[in-house]
Design a protein around this ligand. Structure first.
Ligand code: CU
Length: 198
């Protein structure tokens, strides 16, 4: 091979290596510079959260730097306690009864719920899950219609998932009818369970 090619190749290798090295060593420097500039900014002008609280006269106060505590309410008034709406909404958010499909069985395979309660079926396996009302294969028991009539389920009235889902797939159904409702995995019908609605 022509020695000039070697020279060119070596030059390219040195150049590329130099670019890598420059990027590698220059990164910590730039991040350090960013950090110091950030902290300088914070020291100069403290930005407090933008939330406000209500005083007993109906006026609002905001947070004041540097401590970022709320400003004093007008004389003769007091700061009202904060609402606890947030914590209430999180506790009522998730009251569905959960049933896990593990690839072979539903567990628990029998649950008792109240009328109007919701059950959430979760597929914790790598096998498909299609929850359907008994009897297999028509799924008529709960809704009174067959799978051919009520799928795809738009009104969520037939207790039929109408499709199979893979791992972490979820099916939720709200039971408005009291009774003892058997169900099964339509794509592996030996897996079954019952929902007792009182
Ligand atoms: Cu079925």
């Amino acid at each position: 091979m022509n020695p000039r090619y070697y020279t060119i190749i070596i030059a390219i290798v040195i150049l590329v290596g130099g670019i890598f090295a420059f990027n590698h060593w220059s990164k910590p420097d730039t991040s350090n510079n960013d950090d110091t500039s950030m902290s300088e900014e914070n020291n100069e002008g403290i930005a407090c959260a933008q939330d406000v609280r209500e005083c007993s006269d109906g006026s609002f106060v905001s947070r004041v730097a540097p401590s970022c505590t709320f400003a004093n309410c007008p004389e003769g008034t007091t700061l009202l306690p904060t609402d606890e709406i947030d914590s209430e909404s999180t506790t009522t958010e998730d009251d569905a009864t959960e049933i896990i499909y593990d690839g072979n069985n539903f567990s628990p395979d029998s649950v008792t719920i109240g009328q109007g309660d919701t059950v959430r079926f979760v597929n914790k396996s790598n096998r498909p899950m299609w929850v359907g009302s008994d009897l297999h294969p028509t799924h008529t028991i709960y809704g009174g219609t067959s799978l051919r009539e009520h799928c795809p389920s738009t009104g969520n009235t037939a207790f039929d998932q109408c499709e199979s889902v893979g791992e972490d797939g979820v099916y939720e159904f709200t039971f408005d009818k009291t009774g003892k409702w058997g169900y099964h995995n339509h794509v592996s019908a030996s897996a079954s369970g019952e929902i007792i609605v009182q």
